[in-house]
Design a protein around this ligand. Structure first.
Ligand code: PLP
Length: 432
């Protein structure tokens, strides 16, 4: 096994002062049987821990690092902005610039509000939808993760699923009862709920490409059904594109699937690695937000000049790379084809999913369409494969419920090395 001595000691020290030694649960490497590498630095597609191990990184800070780590233009823009102070709590030109830029990439976002995390974006979008419709209930899909707002921690994915706690303690029964849940990709089940309660439902919120129960794509007709039924009942359709935004395609899942939601949540990439997220959508709905309307939502650091600068620079760099989407998708397919071949050779059943530059694998014989299917995948094989990959310096999300990310900085050599590593890792998985 690689040397993680310093990380092991650092983890023990961290556990004395922080729950699980971390500031976000999955970072603690639950169930993986090794300490999490403590990170010292990262550059491009590579990340280095405090023991001096350098890995090829497919976590990318869980999504934001689409240009690779420490992109020179992004870092230099942040440094320049920092010289003018890190926050004012007053309007700046950059905030209008990012609002216009995002509107040009996501035309369905007519008006936008910047916040500091994806959690805040989804929470606030739901409040806006409730204020706009005057209704209390919301509908989400099992295994989708929309951050850790109370009303969304019901049958949630990501870390909540990894720890076997899709329904969090500490959420009141009163809050949970207004959250309806139905399986992802199940059109008849969704229609049945809408027929029964549609006119009491303020919002339907969905990851149009799900990334928090592993990477699960919408079946043909699913997103169309969401659009039709919500329009029929006057329910606000919210696309949570915090992860799939700029990943499924530069213009999001909404452009790829040609479905226009009423509201969209963005995060991760739009902060370029600093804390920024946003929600926005139709003008009439956003007119409900204070100070224009009566739905209150605010933030001391919202629209922070460093975060907004990092976001603008990241998006502009992306838009300047010719055929970015196509090239990222090709790199991703090449990697997945290699991994699939390595699994076939080792006799390990493997399902590979990809949506642009987000991707995932399931140790499963049958295709994975929803949370139930994802839970049935082979956890022991995942663990064996994950540990062998780590040992060979390939850094992956330590849970089968997470998605992996390709960046612009990944080279052909990175991909070849990651495929070679998988040949050995799949043999380990076969023994598990
Ligand atoms: C990451 C994520 C969130 C939460 O964002 P945070 O910035 O971690 O609060 C919400 N929705 C989706 C789809 C996500 O992937």
């Amino acid at each position: 096994m690689i040397d993680l001595q310093k990380s092991k000691a650092a983890f023990e020290e961290a556990r004395k002062f922080m729950p699980g030694g971390v500031n976000s649960p999955v970072r603690s490497y639950p169930h993986m049987g090794c300490p999490p590498p403590f990170i010292a630095s990262a550059k491009g597609s590579h990340i280095t821990d405090i023991d001096g191990n350098t890995y090829i990184d497919y976590v990318g800070s869980w999504g934001p690092m689409i240009l690779g780590h420490a992109h020179p233009a992004v870092i230099s823009a942040i440094c320049k902005a920092a010289e003018n102070s890190t926050s004012y709590g007053a309007p700046t030109l950059k905030e209008t610039e990012i609002a216009e830029l995002i509107h040009s990439v996501y035309p369905s976002i007519e008006k936008i509000r910047m916040v500091n995390s994806g959690t805040e974006a989804t929470m606030s979008a739901l409040r806006a939808a409730r204020g706009y419709t005057g209704r209390d209930k919301i509908l989400k899909f099992e295994g989708c993760y929309h951050g850790h707002g109370d009303s969304l921690l019901v049958k949630a994915g990501s870390g909540a699923a990894t720890f076997g706690k899709p329904d969090s303690a500490g959420v009141t029964k009163g809050t949970a009862k207004d959250t309806l849940v139905t399986p992802y990709n199940d059109i008849p089940a969704f229609k049945a709920i809408m027929d029964a309660e549609g006119d009491e439902i303020a919002a339907v919120i969905v990851e149009p490409v799900a990334g928090n129960m592993g990477c699960v794509l919408p079946v043909p007709g699913f997103l169309e059904a969401l659009r039709e039924e919500t329009a029929k009942y006057g329910t606000v359709l919210i696309f949570d594109e915090v992860m799939c935004g700029f990943r499924t395609s530069s213009h999001g899942a909404q452009s790829f699937y040609h479905i226009h939601p009423d509201m969209t949540c963005l995060g991760k990439i739009i902060g370029g690695g600093l804390p920024a997220a946003a929600y926005g959508g139709r003008k009439e709905i956003m007119a409900c937000i204070a100070p224009d309307g009566s739905v209150y939502q605010a933030g001391t650091l919202s629209g922070n000049p460093l975060a907004v600068t990092a976001g603008i620079e990241t998006i502009r760099q992306m838009m300047n790379i010719p055929d970015l989407d196509k090239k990222l998708a090709e790199k991703t397919s090449a990697l997945l084809e290699g991994w699939k071949e390595s699994a076939d050779k080792a006799g390990v059943p493997l399902i590979c999913h990809q949506s642009g530059s987000m991707f995932g694998i399931f140790f499963s014989e049958k295709d994975v369409l929803n949370y139930q299917d994802s839970c049935e995948a082979n956890a022991a094989q995942f663990k064996a494969w994950f540990l062998s990959m780590l040992d060979q310096h390939v850094y992956l999300a330590p849970s089968p419920f997470e998605t992996l990310f390709m960046s612009w900085a990944h080279t052909d050599e990175d991909i070849e090395r990651s495929i070679a590593a998988s040949r050995k890792a799949m043999e380990e998985a076969a023994k598990a």
